[in-house]
Ligand binder design. Structure first.
Ligand SMILES: [Zn+2]
Length: 455
């Protein structure tokens, strides 16, 4: 028995009980060779980064920039070329397409997503990429005039990239590895499935989204119409990273109404009430040890991000962020109790109100443990050590998970993202490609959600 098959069986069995005692070894079936796939990944990546798709946070239009429209059309054309069915580019430049199942039994339907836009804060125009073959471990000068150098300080993970093919920018722009690595990996997978119809797979949906960086794109995706059971974003960083968690997020709005129509000289024994003081009391009384700058890793925080005042009304807007439900509830109580205290301290207030609004949830709550096991199994079968990580923020996956599609994030080989020092590691991209291929073959053994009551 191929040693790669053993972990595959363990994971598969956990998902839906006993399976036939085999799993496809896609590499043996197709006589996999790494070099041509690395070449395809490199070529695609170099093509996609030439298109300026910097997103713009100052508009509500989706896509926020023209370059994204152009890339969307280009990607749709490429999907069609490799036999993807039902390829659509909608009015928001969201690209979707389906690779129909090529097996008889009904199995889980999965999707892979990547985003087309690059970070709004740095130019993506005129990106001039440079490929470094078989990196020799020395410092990489990106731009001598601008003193842009990749070394063990500016890129600590470079030490792991010895012998790898790397791609860097040339200064003045980002590279666009976030998330054009993801686009390249998914498209190369699409081509591989087209070139190798002998690989059995269930239905696979491809989604390329605009404006991920501003959070606006995913809002325009008709998630229900995708008809998929499980999904993955291919938008992570280092080898083996599997992002399975994000914050639970809740916003709050506190309004204090005072009465400052009285001359301050006559305020005593009058109806005078100072809403400005109430607002600052509230802000000051929130715990210092649960602020953004005093918390890290798995600890959550409370943050007031706006205090505005109009006459007798002061409005405080803030956010609550936590991974665990327990801490999330505790922090919410802290905000409520602080409000109650300030209200009690100010009996003359003309009004005091608090409102909470849920924003997004930790996707971990919606992630079936069996999916996690299967995903780790896919990596292990490709001799990659999975490393579970948590995002101290929200993700497109969180939006999908909230809509009922569990969507963890898989590494794509991008580093130093959103900066002139951004680089892509083609060998890590190739490992991500293999992870996707292995996922496809493992999911081809799984029942669809509707019939999978064991979960
Ligand atoms: Zn990204």
């Amino acid at each position: 028995m191929n040693k790669l098959l053993i972990p595959a069986l363990v994971g598969a069995a956990l998902v839906c009980g006993p399976l036939a005692l085999y799993a496809q070894d896609w590499k043996t079936i197709t006589r996999y060779e790494k070099a041509p796939v690395k070449e395809q990944l490199t070529e695609r990546f170099l093509k996609y980064v030439k298109e300026d798709t910097q997103s713009n946070a100052d508009t509500t239009q989706v896509p926020s920039t023209k370059g994204q429209k152009k890339l969307a059309k280009q990607l749709a054309k490429e999907l069609k070329k490799y036999g993807v069915q039902d390829v659509k580019v909608n009015e928001y430049s969201i690209v979707t397409g389906v690779i129909p199942s090529n097996i008889k039994k009904e199995v889980a339907s999965i999707a892979f997503l990547a985003h087309m836009d690059t970070a709004p804060e740095i130019s993506g125009k005129g990106v001039t990429p440079r490929v470094i073959r078989q990196y020799d471990g020395k410092d990489i000068v990106i731009n001598a005039d601008k003193k842009l150098v990749l070394n063990s300080y500016t890129a600590p993970l470079l030490t792991k990239a010895h012998g790898h093919d790397l791609i860097v920018a040339s200064g003045g722009t980002l590279l666009g590895a976030d998330d054009k690595t993801g686009l390249s990996i998914i498209m190369t997978m699409v081509q591989y499935l087209y070139d190798h119809p002998e690989i059995s797979h269930g239905p696979i949906t491809i989604v390329f989204t605009p404006d991920e960086e501003t959070g606006a794109g995913i809002e325009k995706l008709d998630i229900a119409s995708l008809g998929v059971d499980y999904a993955y974003t291919v938008d992570g960083e280092d080898l083996g990273e599997l992002m399975t968690e994000n914050f639970n997020a809740r916003a709050f709005t506190v309004v204090f109404t005072g009465n400052r129509a009285v001359h301050p000289g006559n305020a005593q024994n009058s109806a005078f009430a100072d809403n400005l003081l109430m607002a600052s009391d509230f802000h000051t009384l929130l715990p210092r040890q649960q602020r953004p700058e005093t918390t890290a890793d798995k600890r959550g925080f409370i943050y007031v991000d706006e205090i505005t005042n109009q006459g007798d009304t002061s409005t405080i807007k803030g956010i609550i962020r936590a991974f665990s439900d327990e801490e999330f509830a505790a922090l919410t109580s802290t905000v409520q109790n602080t409000f109650n205290t300030v209200k009690a301290m100010n009996p003359r207030a003309q009004g005091a109100s608090i409102e909470f609004k849920d924003e997004y949830q930790n996707m971990k709550n919606a992630l079936p443990p069996a999916m996690l096991t299967l995903t780790k199994t896919a990596m292990q079968a490709e001799e990659i050590t999975p490393k579970e990580i948590s995002a101290r923020g929200g993700t497109d996956g969180a939006t999908l998970a909230a809509a009922g599609i569990p969507t963890p994030d898989i590494f794509a080989g991008m580093y130093n993202i959103h900066s002139e020092l951004e680089y892509a590691d083609v060998d890590v991209m190739e490992a991500s490609f293999r992870t996707l291929m292995r996922l496809i073959t493992l999911w081809a053994e799984q029942k669809p959600v509707a019939s999978n009551t064991a979960q």
